[in-house]
Design a protein around this ligand. Structure first.
Ligand code: INS
Ligand code: FE2
Ligand code: FE2
Length: 305
């Protein structure tokens, strides 16, 4: 059986159902990319409740993340990192640096980060051969995880990875492990805990502060280094971990028209980001010249980080 995924769409469930043992079925994305039956550990993708060793550490990750991501914290991080005074590196050098990094929030990934970047990019490239900006967006979408590296300040996991969400307004129920927000200082602050909080209807996501992490950081780096990527590419980078929006449809009241357009690309991108996590290795040396040509097209040779 072949299930075609309609795109783009809002899904209300937080995890994707995959076939039970023995049931043969596959999900086929737009251009024929086949979604694996299960993640590397034999579970549904993004199943945050399944009993496993990994589940416990992922839940603990979200507990600390939800307690510490506050308006004050995000403001401090933005101020610190917009200086871009840490290091000077090319995009590719940064991809290689990612290999030293482990993401403790991810229940699905068991490969080095560079594999994940290339698997995502190559899967999209097959299905959308003419959108070279989307191939490059995929290659760099998780590069901000270098924040975990000593030369970038060695931030703790909870300040770098995991799903993101707005701060400064109420935390939505659809956010993974949302029960831990009760211990966040902003949770009981009347300025921050209403539906709109410090924002207004349709204000545009650009004006909304997201929890600090690799998405926002990479957006900052790309923008300040004057990338020529289109706005949809920057949107994908900035909100790819915002599952409450792109999967559950929460916080739509903060979007403007441009966000709604860009969201369509994010929903396409997300399928590849999530389901290309597999054991199938990409031959890095073989694909490197292609990605290097895209880097040359859209970025300066060296970037300030
Ligand atoms: O655990 C994962 C991982 O950190 C991804 O890079 C991020 O984009 C996802 O939103 C998150 O769930
Ligand atoms: Fe990510
Ligand atoms: Fe990713």
């Amino acid at each position: 059986m072949t299930i075609i995924v309609d795109q783009p769409q809002f899904e209300n469930e937080d995890k994707v159902q995959i076939p039970k043992n023995g049931e043969k079925s596959e999900l086929v994305l737009d251009g024929g990319f086949c979604v694996p039956d299960a993640n590397t550990f034999g579970h549904n993708f993004r199943d945050y409740d399944v009993e496993s060793e990994r589940q416990k550490s992922v839940e603990d990750f979200y507990r600390v993340n939800h307690i510490n991501q506050t308006v004050d914290f995000v403001k401090r991080m933005r101020h610190e990192y917009e200086k871009l005074d840490k290091v000077e590196l090319s995009i590719w050098e940064c991809c290689e640096l990612l290999n030293e990094i482990v993401d403790e929030s991810d229940p699905d990934l068991d490969e080095p980060q560079i594999e994940h970047l290339l698997q995502t990019a190559e899967a999209i490239r097959t299905d959308y051969p003419n959108q070279d900006w989307l191939h490059l967006t995929a290659l760099i979408h998780d590069l901000g995880k270098v924040l975990l590296h000593p030369s970038f300040g060695e931030l703790p996991q909870w300040a770098v990875v995991g799903d993101t969400f707005p701060v400064g307004c109420a935390f939505d129920k659809s956010i993974v492990h949302n029960k831990y927000f009760v211990d966040n200082p902003d949770y009981n602050n009347p300025i921050y805990n209403s539906k709109h909080g410090i924002y207004s209807q349709g204000c545009g996501l650009e004006n909304v502060m997201m929890s600090w992490g690799h998405d926002d950081y990479m957006y900052l780096v790309a923008k300040e280094n004057r990338t020529t990527l289109p706005s949809a590419g920057l949107f994908v980078i900035t909100y790819h971990s915002f599952y409450a929006l792109h999967r559950s449809g929460a916080y739509k009241h903060l979007m403007n028209e441009e966000d709604a357009e860009n969201l369509k690309w994010l929903q396409i991108f997300n399928k590849y980001d999530l389901y290309s996590k597999s054991k199938v290795r990409v031959d890095v040396e073989k694909v490197k010249p292609y990605y290097q040509s895209l880097i040359n097209k859209y970025f300066p040779a060296k970037l300030k980080w």
